[in-house]
Structures are given as structure tokens and as C-alpha cells.
Design a binder for this molecule. Structure first.
Ligand code: ADP
Ligand code: AMP
Length: 214
């Protein structure tokens, strides 16, 4: 099963993608996580990506597309994958369609996790991320068991640099301008499904599973 998670930054794509990946034993591929790992490890890609990410801008397509095309051709992707945070532009979506066409494949579902902007600001302000293992929490709705400490790996959880209020507005306007058009793109491909992302995490997940297993 090959799934794309669509939705605004902070809509809950990563939260849902992790659960989908666990349920179907397929890899969760988050371009944001890949960039953050590169930043942490001080790679050239990380240095380049950070300049854009810290400003709430998208990393250029030429730094993003090849990375994903390589990743989805690895052995662990034979039974499918969940893409989280990719594609984010029409050229990225076209590159993905073309790469899959070449191997006679196509995406099965593009799931739009729909959350209005007013909820997003709260979601991102309250998000706490573990930069070691990638787990994500929310200080009110999905808190860690011990304040400030990742349940999964025991590292510190932090407010991401790009979740600071001044960057959140920028990321939302970038989303509306560059990423939202993908909803029409995948609707035209006949694979768009939408879920109400304002519901509790478990209800959103149940709605997604109902779509995938229909
Ligand atoms: P995205 O990957 O779309 O940027 P995340 O999955 O990181 O979003 O979720 C953003 C924030 O909202 C996180 O703090 C997460 O814990 C929280 N969150 C995710 N889903 C829900 C939900 N259904 N209800 C309340 N909070 C949620
Ligand atoms: P995320 O973890 O998905 O919220 O992504 C964090 C940041 O990484 C984004 O705000 C972008 O700067 C960058 N990024 C992640 N995925 C992409 C992508 N597909 N295209 C461009 N930039 C991306």
C-alpha cells in the first residue's frame, strides 16, 4: 500500500503516518525527519536545508526529490510506504508520478488530514519533538509521561525551531500557496481521500483505516 499524507504543517500527518506504518509494517518516510537528521549530523544537505527550514520556507525541489526517489526504491519499500511531508509542491508530485510510472506503479491513496488554520497555531505551539527518535507529543493533547522527556527513548523533547510563533504563520502561508494545490492534483488522479483532522487522534486513525480498508 502506497500512501501520501497531505495536510497543513501541524495537522497530524506524522502522528497518523507512524501508526499507519506500524499497522501495515511499511516504512514511514518523513522528509522533515530526514532533513532534521541531516542537520543533527552536520551533513552538507543538513546545512543547506536548515537555512530554508528555519525561515519556514520549503527546501528547494532539487534537494528534496532525488532523496525521496532513492528512498522509495530501497528494499523495505517493496510492500509500500507512507510519505509524510512529501510531495509539498506540484513539481515534487510530478516527479513522484513520473518515477513510479517508470516502474509501472502508482500511489494508492492521498489522505488529506483537514485541520483549519486556527487549530494549527495551537497544535504547533504545543508540539514537542524528540530530535533523537522522531517521536512527537503535544503538551496538552498528547503529553509525555514525564514532562520534557521522550516516552520512547528517554531523550529531551523540545519546541522545534520552526514551531516558534513567528515561523508558524510563514509556514501556513507557504502551505496554502505551494502545497494545497496538491489536493486538486490528487483529486484529479482519483486517489484523494479526506479526514476530519480536528477529531481525537484515535478517531482520525480509525477514519483513515476505514478508508484504506474499504
Ligand atoms: P504534522 O506531521 O502534520 O506536522 P504532527 O503529527 O507532528 O503534525 O502533529 C502536530 C501536533 O499536534 C503534535 O504536537 C501532535 O502531538 C498534535 N496532534 C496530532 N494529532 C492530534 C489530534 N488528533 N488531536 C490533538 N492533537 C494532535
Ligand atoms: P515537517 O517535519 O514535515 O513539518 O517539515 C519541516 C520542514 O522541512 C518544512 O517546513 C520544510 O522547510 C522542510 N521540508 C520537509 N519536507 C519538504 C518537502 N517535501 N519539500 C520542501 N521542504 C520540505
Amino acid at each position: 500500500m502506497k500512501i501520501i499524507m497531505l495536510g497543513a504543517p501541524g495537522a497530524g500527518k506524522g502522528t497518523q503516518a507512524k501508526q499507519i506504518a506500524d499497522k501495515y509494517s511499511i516504512p514511514h518516510i518523513s522528509t522533515g525527519d530526514i532533513f532534521r537528521a541531516n542537520i543533527k549530523n552536520g551533513t552538507e544537505l543538513g546545512k543547506k536545508a536548515k537555512q530554508f527550514m528555519d525561515q519556514g520556507l520549503l527546501v528547494p525541489d532539487e534537494l528534496t526529490c532525488d532523496l525521496v526517489m532513492d528512498r522509495i526504491q530501497q528494499d523495505d519499500c517493496v510492500n509500500g510506504f507512507v510519505l509524510d511531508g512529501f510531495p509539498r509542491t506540484i513539481p515534487q508530485a510530478e516527479a513522484l508520478t513520473a518515477a513510479l510510472d517508470n516502474i509501472n506503479q502508482k500511489m494508492d491513496f492521498a489522505v488529506d488530514v483537514d485541520v483549519p488554520d486556527e487549530n494549527i497555531v495551537n497544535r504547533m505551539g504545543g508540539r514537542r519533538a524528540c530530535l533523537s527518535c522522531g517521536a512527537t507529543y503535544h503538551i496538552v493533547s498528547i503529553p509525555t509521561k514525564v514532562e520534557g522527556i521522550c516516552d520512547r527513548c528517554g531523550s529531551e523533547v523540545v519546541l522545534r525551531e520552526d514551531d516558534k510563533p513567528e515561523t508558524v504563520q510563514k509556514r501556513l502561508s507557504v502551505y496554502h500557496e505551494q502545497t494545497q494545490p496538491l489536493i486538486d492534483y490528487y483529486n484529479n488522479q482519483g486517489i484523494l481521500k479526506s479526514v476530519d483532522g480536528t477529531q481525537a487522534m484515535d478517531k482520525v486513525f480509525a477514519d483513515i483505516i476505514a478508508i484504506l480498508e474499504k
